[in-house]
Structures are given as structure tokens and as C-alpha cells.
Design a protein around this ligand. Structure first.
Ligand code: HEM
Length: 366
């Protein structure tokens, strides 16, 4: 089905737009531009595992910053926000037993529990580990291009971005090369859930957890120069990550680091192909690299929205009332095109200065 003209459709029809449809995602920017002008906080119905839930889309730059920074009013843990009745009716708050470890990562936690984990994880991301990640990313990119370029042409997402992202994260974690095929299959199953119920990929999740648990235990016995060993060894004031917390972190690194990177490479390449003048500008001046990557992050927005937040009390954003316990979605793709923050926001300008984009979010989960 072709996409209706989002810039001109009657205001009443905006509620019928399916923001999860592939046709919408191909170019969501006109829709968000209208919301910023006409309805900066906009209720939509999201479907998850066949259940419906109302969500409030927050689209203006200033309001997105406020939602992400006000971590007392907008929290990650729905049970800390909802009334008992709301929690009972809400779709899928808690995963069953063996899968709960996946919900203990940084992006599921608030307040002190988040701060504790983030401090410990920060220890593992030492300057040395970051340097190692850069070397790994460069080596994997070179290897992959050496293999692909002689073919004369390749699919940027399937042949390049996906395998590079997976291989880099696998090596950074310390997954042995001979296990890489299994590791990629499970990871792809894990991150390609879409709106299906998580139990749909239960066998892959269980095998992944079993494998990773063994790897974590072996690194605890005999640490190596890899991220799993660094996570296992990270200590702060006598505190350390438990085995489940290390597993949750590994899972989060895979899910948070995988799709975003692939989207930036894929959509960034497309943006450059659609703007040959900007591509020529970058080729002529490689020193543009830093601002160019920041601008591509702003322009393509690898994560269209921040992850979910829940209102802990009845509150108001941009004049709209949001009831306690309801789902709030900060739309990063919209904030990054807000003309109150960015001059000529729909233009790709690889030399853009003072580019305070929100591609990585804002606040404590930045
Ligand atoms: C283009 C690349 C990336 C983009 C645009 C991106 C974007 C984001 C955004 C928007 C958030 C915050 C979500 C929220 O507040 O709801 C986030 C959090 C996070 N990202 Fe990324 N990300 C990228 C790459 C990566 C990579 C490569 C990794 C690791 C391998 C990673 C790991 C994380 C983690 C662990 C968090 C949670 C931090 C916390 O809760 O304290 N991200 N990312």
C-alpha cells in the first residue's frame, strides 16, 4: 500500500497512520513535522504481541529533552509507575523465569539500581578496551571489504553492515571465531523480534544464554583481554556485577549496539547516495569525518525513538495531559529535525556546527 501524503492529509486522519508500517518508516519525517506544529504530544495505539496499548508521542526537541532528563516523572520500570489495575491489564510486563535475566540490563533500570550498574560497566569500558574496539572495528571492516569489493557490487545492509556489526561485537566480547556462526544465528533471532512475543524466539534465547553463561564462567576462571573478562572483573567499592548482570549486559550490548549500527551504516549510505554533492565534499575533505558522522547521526537517526518511559504521576507536556502509568515515547527522529534547534533541519550538511543532536538520547541512559 502506498503512503498517504502525510504533509497534507486532514488532521483527523493522522490518528489512522500506522507508525509501525514499513511504508511509514521509509519517510516518517513529514508526519513528525506536522505533529511538532499541530499536536506536539500525540496519542497513538501501539500493538504488542496482539495486545493494544496507548502511547504518547513527544515530538519537539525541548520536550524530548525534558522527558529523557526528568527521570523522576518518566521511568523505565512500568511497575514503578502503574497502579495495580494498570499493571494487571498491561501487555507483557514480566518475562517468565529463565528469560528475566534479559530484563535486568541498564536500559530497564531507574535511579540507584541504574547508577550502580552503570558505574561498574563504566569500569569495563576503559580507554584500553575502547582502543581495542576501534582496532577491531577497523580490522573487521577491512577484512569484509577485501572480501566484497572483488565481487563488483554487494548489498550494503545484508552483506556489509549486518555481518560487520555482529563480527565486531562478537570479537569485542571475546566470542571465539569458531563459534561465530552460532553466535550470529542466535543474535539475529534475538534482535529480529519485531512485534512478536519474546517466547517466539525462546529456543534461540535459551541456547544463547546457556552458551554465554559458560563463556562468562570460563572468563571468570581464566580472564583474557576481552570485554566479558573486563565486565567480570569490574569492581567498585567492593561491589561487582553478578553473573546474571553480566549476561544482561551482554544481551543489551548486542541488542542496543547491533540494530543502531546497521541502521546508521545502511541509511547513512543511502543519505550520501541521495546527496552526491555532500558525498563529493567529504571525499574532497576527509577531515570532515567527525562532523559528517555527527550529521549523519542527526539526519538518519538510527534509533527512531528512545525506548519506552512510563509516567509516574499525572503530568503535562506541551499543554497535553498524560495520565499516570501511561507509555511515553520520545521521538528522537522528530527532535533531530526541529527547526527551533537546527537551522534548515531537513538539509544534510556534513559540516554542520554546534550539532546537539539526540541520536544517542539524553539524560541518564545517554
Ligand atoms: C549508531 C549507533 C548507536 C546509536 C544511534 C545508539 C543510540 C542509543 C540511544 C538512543 C540510547 C538511549 C535509549 C533511551 O534512552 O531510551 C542508547 C543506549 C544504549 N546504547 Fe546505544 N546506540 C548506538 C550504538 C551502540 C553500541 C555500538 C553499543 C554497544 C555495543 C550501544 C550500547 C548502548 C547501551 C548499553 C545503552 C544503555 C545505556 C544506559 O541505559 O545507561 N549503543 N543507545
Amino acid at each position: 500500500m502506498s503512503q498517504p501524503d502525510l504533509a497534507t492529509m486532514p488532521a483527523g486522519a493522522l490518528h489512522a497512520v500506522d507508525i509501525t508500517a514499513a511504508t511509514f518508516k521509509a519517510d516518517p519525517f513529514p508526519f513528525y513535522a506536522r505533529l511538532r506544529r499541530e499536536a506536539p504530544v500525540f496519542p497513538v495505539t501501539l500493538r504488542f504481541a496482539r495486545q493494544a496499548q496507548r502511547a504518547w508521542l513527544v515530538t519537539r526537541y525541548g520536550d524530548v529533552v525534558r522527558v529523557l532528563k526528568d527521570s523522576a516523572t518518566f521511568v523505565k520500570d512500568p511497575s514503578a509507575a502503574m497502579t495495580a489495575e494498570q499493571a494487571k491489564a498491561a501487555p507483557m510486563l514480566r518475562l517468565p523465569g529463565p528469560f528475566q535475566v534479559l530484563q535486568q540490563g541498564l536500559l530497564s533500570l531507574d535511579g540507584d539500581r541504574h547508577a550502580r550498574l552503570r558505574t561498574l560497566v563504566h569500569k569495563a569500558f576503559s580507554a584500553r578496551q575502547i582502543e581495542r574496539m576501534r582496532d577491531t572495528a577497523e580490522a573487521v571492516t577491512e577484512e569484509t571489504l577485501d572480501r566484497l569489493l572483488p565481487q563488483g557490487g554487494f548489498d550494503v545492509v545484508g552483506d556489509f553492515a549486518l555481518p560487520v556489526a555482529l563480527r565486531v561485537i562478537g570479537r569485542v566480547l571475546g566470542v571465539p571465531d569458531e563459534d561465530h556462526r552460532r553466535f550470529s544465528e542466535w543474535t539475529r533471532a534475538l534482535v529480529s523480534l519485531g512485534d512478536r512475543h519474546p517466547l517466539w524466539v525462546a529456543p534461540a534465547v535459551l541456547r544463547f544464554l546457556w552458551y554465554m553463561r559458560r563463556l562468562v564462567r570460563s572468563r571468570r576462571r581464566a580472564p583474557r583481554d576481552d570485554l566479558i573478562s573486563a565486565l567480570v572483573q569490574a569492581q567498585e567499592a567492593g561491589d561487582a556485577l553478578s553473573e546474571d548482570e553480566v549476561l544482561a549486559m551482554i544481551f543489551l550490548l548486542l541488542s542496543a549496539g547491533h540494530e543502531t549500527t546497521v541502521n546508521l551504516i545502511g541509511n547513512g549510505t543511502l543519505a550520501l547516495l541521495n546527496h552526491p554533492d555532500e558525498m563529493a565534499r567529504w571525499r574532497a575533505d576527509p577531515a570532515l569525518g567527525r562532523s559528517a558522522v555527527e550529521e549523519l547521526l542527526r539526519f538518519v537517526v538510527p534509533a527512531e525513538t528512545a525506548t519506552e518511559r512510563y509516567a509516574t504521576r499525572d503530568t503535562e507536556v506541551a499543554g497535553a495531559g498524560i495520565p499516570r502509568g501511561e507509555l511515553v515515547v520520545a521521538v528522537l527522529a522528530s527532535a533531530n529535525r526541529d527547526a527551533t534547534q537546527f537551522a534548515d533541519p531537513d538539509r544534510l550538511d556534513l559540516g554542520r556546527e554546534a550539532n546537539r543532536h539526540l541520536a544517542f538520547g539524553q539524560g541518564m541512559h545517554f
